[in-house]
Design a binder for this molecule. Structure first.
Ligand SMILES: Cc1cc2nc3c(=O)[nH]c(=O)nc-3n(C[C@H](O)[C@H](O)[C@H](O)COP(=O)(O)O)c2cc1C
Length: 373
């Protein structure tokens, strides 16, 4: 059976690209060169990322934008169709779909993901979102449960259905709290014996869910010291139930030949922040999610302008590579990046930063990481 490459080489620091399917990408800025999420741009970005040896592409599932001057993330390529298209056009890189449990029937999703995996030759992944963005729920005519317990109880049952559909050969009955399914089954199965699963969570319930189910938990970083402690505790918890789970984060990268140039470009982008959109993101996050600690949220405006609150990597290729090394030392197993313009920035990152990561032993020699074992 095929093994998904995301689950191979756990010692290697994994690299992904995040949010290229959304208008603006990750940078909440009005700068005219902000990311244009056209399909043509996504395809070119995927080919550049694959050539550079990136491990994976991760989209955002978003149903309404954040308003402001740019309506940040108001245009979004739907993630299952986006991922399927990219899988058909690439050979090595892993591509995730991001799926809200509440908006997608698990029997349908099990088949969609299995189909994606067949098309991609074992390179599909699932990023599961249990819910936090209340206006989005209302736009879909639903209600976000107020409490995290209900959100993650629902997510657990949803994922249990999918796992049984993939693991069991015969029709079965499912009689749960949220789903009652009669004589259900699905073929084909995914090509891989284990499809990689991502869950992003800050709350205790979300992290508990990740420890039980995810291969990679995504968390935001406020300080690397604090993150290191959290990771150690999470990994211990996973080990205590016989699981292993990687922890990753998101970063925004501003890399130039000199530090002054990198800072100048960074300032140029954040000085043109879309303040209205940032107000809206923060208000929704503050009310409904625990992705960032509430006491830290207000101080993160600039980080949101630069890259949706991602850990900043600003400077020369040496400084960016050192920053990534520090992240790895804190126990992070990888990161996803936002770039203001993925296509313009990737070749420089490939040429200057990736060899430095190989030199530091964080990455295997080029392309080795992405090959299906
Ligand atoms: C890497 C990453 C990817 C995410 N992808 C999405 C997404 O596509 N759609 C979405 O609504 N939320 C997305 N989120 C937000 C998380 O799902 C949200 O922060 C989480 O549910 C909040 O944590 P909590 O449930 O513990 O409060 C993402 C977060 C991170 C860090």
């Amino acid at each position: 059976m095929t093994r998904n490459a995301m689950l191979s080489n756990p010692a290697e620091f994994k690299l992904g690209l995040f949010s290229s399917n959304c208008s603006g990408g990750l940078a909440v800025t009005t700068a005219p060169e902000r990311w244009d999420n056209s399909w043509a741009n996504n395809l070119e970005m995927a080919r550049l990322a694959e050539r550079a040896g990136f491990d994976f592409l991760l989209p955002i599932a978003r149903w309404i934008g954040y308003g402001g001057e740019t309506d940040f993330q108001g245009s979004v390529l739907e993630t299952i169709t986006w991922a399927t298209g990219l899988l058909a056009h690439t050979e090595r890189i892993n591509v995730f779909a991001t799926i809200h449990t509440a908006f997608n029937h698990p029997v349908v999703v099990a088949k969609q993901l299995a189909t994606m995996d067949q098309i991609g030759g074992g390179r599909a992944g699932l990023n599961l979102v249990a819910g936090w963005n209340r206006p989005e729920y209302e736009a879909l005519g639903g209600q976000l449960p107020d409490d995290h317990e209900t959100r993650y109880r629902f997510a657990q049952e949803w994922y249990d259905v999918i796992q049984r559909l993939w693991q069991e050969n015969d029709p079965f009955e499912f009689d749960g709290e949220f789903w009652q399914l009669a004589r259900t089954y699905t073929y084909p199965k995914p090509l891989v014996d284990k499809m990689p699963v991502i869950n992003a969570a800050g709350s205790a319930q979300g992290r508990e869910f990740a420890v039980l189910n995810a291969d990679f938990l995504f968390t935001t970083v406020i300080s690397l010291e604090q993150t290191a402690q959290e990771i150690a505790a999470l990994k211990q918890k996973a080990a205590s139930i016989g699981r292993s789970m990687g922890v990753m984060t998101l970063a925004s990268c501003y890399c130039r030949p000199t530090e002054a140039e990198a800072q100048e470009y960074y300032r140029y982008i954040v000085d043109q922040a879309d303040e209205g959109a940032i107000d809206n993101i923060m208000a929704i996050m503050f009310a409904n999610a625990e992705s960032f600690p509430k006491e830290a949220l207000a101080s993160l405006r600039e980080r949101f302008a630069a890259g949706h609150g991602g850990w900043p990597l600003i400077g020369t290729p040496d400084q960016v590579a050192d920053g990534l090394e520090q992240m790895a030392s804190a126990g992070l197993g990888g990161t996803v990046f936002g770039f203001v313009d993925y296509i313009k920035e990737l070749p420089y990152f490939e040429q200057e930063v990736l060899p430095r990561l190989e030199g530091k032993g964080l990455r295997l020699p080029r392309l080795g990481s992405s090959q299906v074992a």
